[in-house]
Design a binder for this molecule. Sequence first.
Ligand code: HEC
Ligand code: HEC
Length: 466
Amino acid sequence: MKPLLLIPVLALSLTAGPTSAVEYPLQDTPQSGGAGSVAQSDHNAYSLPQANLPISRRLDFSVGNSFFRNPWVIAPSSTDARDGLGPLFNTNSCQGCHIKDGRGHPPAPGETAVSLFLRLAVPAGPDTDPQLLREHGFVPAPVYGSQLQTAAIPGMQPEAQLNIAWQEREETLGDGTRVTLRSPEYRIDNPNYGPLPDELLISPRVAPPMIGLGLLEAIAEQAIVAAEDPDDLDGDGISGRANRVWDRAEQRTVLGRFGLKAAEPNVMQQSMAAFAGDMGLTSSLAPHTDCTPEQQCERFVDGGDPEVSDKIAAFVNFYAMSLAVPERRDMDSPAVQQGAQLFNDIGCAACHTPRHVTGELDGRPDLSNQVIWPYTDLLLHDMGDGLADGRAEFLADGNEWRTPPLWGLGLTQQINPRAGFLHDGRARTPEEAILWHGGEAQASNDRYRGLPAALRQSLIAFLNSL
Ligand code: HEC
Ligand code: HEC
């Protein structure tokens, strides 16, 4: 720590109540994604292969990219490898939501939602089949299934329209600065398959960025589990726990890491779930789309059995595992350095774990044994009622979300100028995202609000340098 920084930080810990006794590391290299990091910081910065990917695998990356980027089409079609879209879907390509391999965004007023969708469920009851809960993690809505599909092929009705209204409110920070926060209200209009169930639970989700996912998969399970503290035995007010989810390939319950509630065990299963749920495309790992018997999807020609061949599945998985993390910028700036220290001191790092070391990943030396700086513990945390969706997924309850990685955060709107932050994109800036932190993160939010403007700006400068 530079002596210059001692005074404000010390003063802060005296006035802001107990901070954690743990010393978190300060990032000492721009290479947030280890040796595979890339130096580009323009609007293509999320779309590059791992810098250390062997030349011999670059073609696999390009082939995977084409199946990620190009639209899938209605069957039958002359583009046989890419047909079978729908009949119900949200959009026709992965890239349609993961815009330029980055995030999606909520729709503008009057616009159809594409890269934000609603997951659906109804509450579990005493009669719920335990096997359904074990393998699915929740009870899908009758007729409408697990996700609201707002698009359909000709001859089929989309499930409904999704409309969002925003409520704004002003909040005042410690020094009198006023900030406007907006919160969404969702309305499902024109349901085409009968009335929606009374007890419908909805969970809005915006597509998250695709960078560094192979590295997150390569973190050893023990390292994630070791950071769990479900009963908050260390008394820091933070009680992260891992999700435990169904692994379809292994047919057993395992650690969850991917998805906004960590409900998927690995990139492959998450990607095949996306083909099935978001695009209506079957694969060996996800042989059923989100079409229910009442919706009679078998009336339509399919694109093969499965529609996504194992070969294409492997290419897409390879691509999704190989997108590089951009290097940090401005690390020498005094404000950024001060912000990095504050991030640790006001308790952000208690969930946004700065540093990990990846383990050994079969066939992927480029992802193995890397020192990485993702700023996540991959654990679930209660984030308070303001962010709650009320819809459980495996062990994650309606208040819990997985700590998202923060690497690459500063480039978010460079990649997609309309992108927002948090699970539903409600936060228009990183500062708004912080101000929404509740539950286990309320204390760090309060500390942020209590900082003088110059120190708040330093913290934001640090986030923008990621
Ligand atoms: C309709 C929008 C949409 C489409 C199309 C889509 N995704 Fe996603 N993607 C999402 C959302 C939303 C999430 C978060 C899912 C959740 O929390 O359940 C996500 C999460 C992911 C993740 C996990 C990221 C993380 O940080 O945990 C991967 C991997 C992924 N998608 C891959 C794909 C692939 C591959 C495709 C194409 C086959 C695809 N997605 C198509 C919206 C989409
Ligand atoms: C208790 C754990 C916890 C603490 C402490 C915490 N966060 Fe978070 N953070 C989360 C979770 C979980 C989310 C996702 C919430 C959601 O999507 O609704 C999140 C989201 C964010 C986001 C938005 C990321 C994105 O991809 O959209 C930013 C930025 C952020 N946190 C920064 C901070 C900062 C700065 C601090 C300290 C002031 C902090 N967080 C403290 C758990 C935490």
